[in-house]
Design a protein around this ligand. Sequence first.
Ligand code: PEP
Ligand code: MN
Length: 347
Amino acid sequence: MLVMMKSHATDEEIAGVCRKIEAMGFKAHPIPGSTRTAIGITGNQGQVEAAAFESLPGVGECVPVSKPYKLVGRELKEDTTVIDLGDGVRIGGRELTIIAGPCAVETREQTRAIAKEVSAAGARLFRGGAYKPRTSPYSFQGLAEEGLKILADVRKEFGLKIVTEAIDVESVELVERYSDVIQIGARNMQNFSLLKRAGRSQKPVLLKRGISATLDELLMAAEYILSEGNYNVVLCERGIRTFADHTRNTLDLSVIPAVQRLSHLPILVDPSHGTGRREKVIPLSRAAIAVGADGLMIEVHNHPEEALSDGNQSIEPSEFQQLINEVSQIAHVLGRTMAKARDGIRS
Ligand code: PEP
Ligand code: MN
């Protein structure tokens, strides 16, 4: 059940309802909206009696939840969540979010060179794995903390926000210390202990859709994170496994409007993993923005042919610049904006 506060309810009235929920042994999730605060209740086994709340000061109405998820749904919050990363960088607002960088942090030189290029082209967030979930145990597994330190230095030098993956519960502590956004990868979308740990983090979480996950499974995975009290979750469509063999995965762009109908969480598209082929990244980036995604996650490498992972799907910095130019024009048609490029390369 959701307790919908009146639009003019005071902080004290909201706190009063939360105290009542906690006193019943449940967890209260007050979520402010543009017109009113809604309070989600979790931890209850059966139904919660509306009568217990309806007479409390500031309460508008009690609404039963019709979906299996309680906190990620639009029933709780009508307007799309905007995640504020500081320094004017937001995910989910009018401005599109562009995350770019290599699949993996390989060396300091490689990371700095790519960061310089993507920052100049207008990316405000930088990606790069320090922990890599690889299909083969013999493939490059990432530089671990050394890689995180390189990312932290890049953040300082170029003013970029850092998105990097935690592959297990143990790695979350270091990832949250060095980064701005914790990525949970496709293979871990239903790693429930990892989801719960990320839910107790102070850092926003980027949750990628599992390789064969349905929309409901993706939303329920996000619900795990919110139910622990971390409401800053951004979803990411990164392609699903189908019979198609012209592409590594099938990028399911139809999931974007479907998510947006059901959930208030922002959603990005990763056409790099979504296609696995460099030449498909720009066309599907255009399509992703046209369909209404809140932004893109793009793998960029200065020497893709030498990349230690995902070289086939990594585009070069000049192609990334082209991608930004094309996507900006589509964004404009939709009334969305792009961050200004650095160094005057693009205005
Ligand atoms: C990645 O972003 O580098 C990655 C491993 O992605 P996914 O989890 O979507 O495969
Ligand atoms: Mn990759």
